[in-house]
Design a protein around this ligand. Structure first.
Ligand SMILES: [Zn+2]
Length: 241
């Protein structure tokens, strides 16, 4: 995939995240590692109208230390304050090619309500259930992660898992692709919404039965990622694809 296509994909990921309510207004950003020294990241500009309206031109090529990755890349654009979230998450694991940092209200609310994200359902969303089964850690500080030290703390809290909840803030979701990083975030948001709903109905949250995992197979990336992403893109456009 060439750089222009990669810019378009990161921008599309931002719009999908916003359309799913994972991010509101101006806050939140996605990134994609290009090589050892470069990444594409959602930047800010004076014509920015918010994450839901991200254009491919809002995605800029930078170095891992936040400088322009090619002449002119940061002319009129600023990297987000929380760039260290992306850089340190990528440095922690070569498999973390894509990073989504978003602020899903339901996930923040569930954590603040003392609800841990657990596999409370199964076939309702198998990738989400499997993600929860492996554990969803929490970084307990509500700070703006604007320096390397805080980002390293966050990565330590992440503990090798693909997704971490940032208390009173949002989430960081890391994956091998933009699609996967956003789909993981959607799954966690759905788990949080369902958990809040069960609690609101007076129910108790319980993990599904161990025996049920034998019949919750990984349906493969063709279904979990490719078709799921086709759906996300189609619903962005509001018409059948
Ligand atoms: Zn943030």
């Amino acid at each position: 995939m060439n750089l222009a296509s990669q810019r378009a994909l990161v921008a599309q990921g931002c719009r999908v995240a916003a359309s799913r309510g994972l991010v509101d207004g101006m806050l939140g950003h996605l990134s994609l590692r290009i090589d050892d020294g470069h990444l594409l990241i959602r930047c800010r500009s004076d014509t920015d109208t918010g994450v839901a309206f991200t254009r491919p031109s809002d995605i800029r090529l930078i170095t891992l230390d936040g400088k322009a990755g090619a002449p002119g890349e940061l002319d009129g654009y600023r990297v987000p304050n929380e760039l260290p979230i992306h850089v340190e998450t990528m440095r922690a694991d070569a498999g973390h090619r894509a990073v989504a940092h978003v602020h899903p209200p339901a996930v923040v609310a569930a954590d603040l309500a003392g609800i841990a994200i657990r596999p409370v359902y199964g076939a309702f969303d198998i990738p989400g259930a499997r993600l929860a089964r492996g554990g969803v850690p929490v970084y307990p500080r509500a700070v703006l992660i604007r320096n390397t030290q805080l980002a390293k703390e966050m990565v330590a809290a992440m503990g090798g898992r693909p997704l971490v909840i940032l208390r009173g803030h949002g989430i960081t979701s890391a994956a091998g692709s933009i699609e996967q990083s956003v789909l993981q975030a959607i799954s966690i948001d759905e788990l949080a919404r369902m958990s809040l709903r069960v609690r609101a109905a007076g129910g108790t949250l319980r993990d599904i039965e161990d025996a049920d995992w034998d019949h919750l197979p990984d349906l493969g990336s063709g279904f979990n990622t490719e078709s799921a992403w086709r759906h996300e893109v189609a619903r962005l456009d509001g018409q059948p694809s």
